[in-house]
Design a protein around this ligand. Sequence first.
Ligand SMILES: [Zn+2]
Ligand SMILES: [Zn+2]
Length: 283
Amino acid sequence: MKQTLPARPFTRSRSARIYTGALIAVMHLIPITVLITGTSRTDWLLFAAIYPFQAIGVGVCLHRFFAHNAFRTSRWFQFVLALFCASTFGDPIRFAGKHRLHHLHTDCKDDPHTPLHGWWSSWFGSHLDSKYSDEEICAQVPNLTKYPELMWLHRNSLAPGLALCFIALLIGGFSGMAIGVLLGASILVHQSSAVNYLCHKYGRRRFDTDDLSTNNFLVSLLVFGEGWHNNHHRYPVSARAGFCWWEIDMFYWVICLFEALGLIWDVKRPPEQLRQAKLLPTG
Ligand SMILES: [Zn+2]
Ligand SMILES: [Zn+2]
């Protein structure tokens, strides 16, 4: 089994990586400071109202929709989904391009965040520098770069998140912004990294995929279904990552809700032959 791999060289300058690292550090330090100095009821009400949208923005929108086209939708609702992503300072084009490169080169030298490059590179390093240029990332997502509104978000990915911070600041003051917006965004950095790292290192492998992906029950609980990652690598276009009834997948429930409301359609699900495979319990 492969143990370590050399990583690709950096594509961004040292100062650009330090700048991004400083932004992420500040995003963490502000809510940590407020947690230590004291929070209010309004802060937590803001968190309860905003965090679900941020989490859906990462799991449903960035990953299952923008990266994998797991369902189809209208152009206006696509932009709404992009704004969900932007609430965590996410950029659909950058995330989807980088994630498609992950699936293209999973657990090989050119994977942007395989644990085979080491813990730091997998957990934090890929947020500072994906090791791919902007042109290489955009080339992965021609279906997204054709939309001017998504390209605007690509160029101004901090703007909607900062606008949300300003609204939270008006409602709950500095602590409202810190807990209401920045705490959730910080938690989601680690939820994403937990999938990238832990679900390529620890857990069970239902399918003998050509990578190290695993199904990890604990990560699935903590990341609302994203931890069924071996299932996901076996059938990446599926909107459903938990293939059986006991594989809790809350992001899939959200997708089913959107579908029931008529907001999305052509939801892709795992093929019946996978569900009927001897490896797979029915449910
Ligand atoms: Zn993966
Ligand atoms: Zn994926």
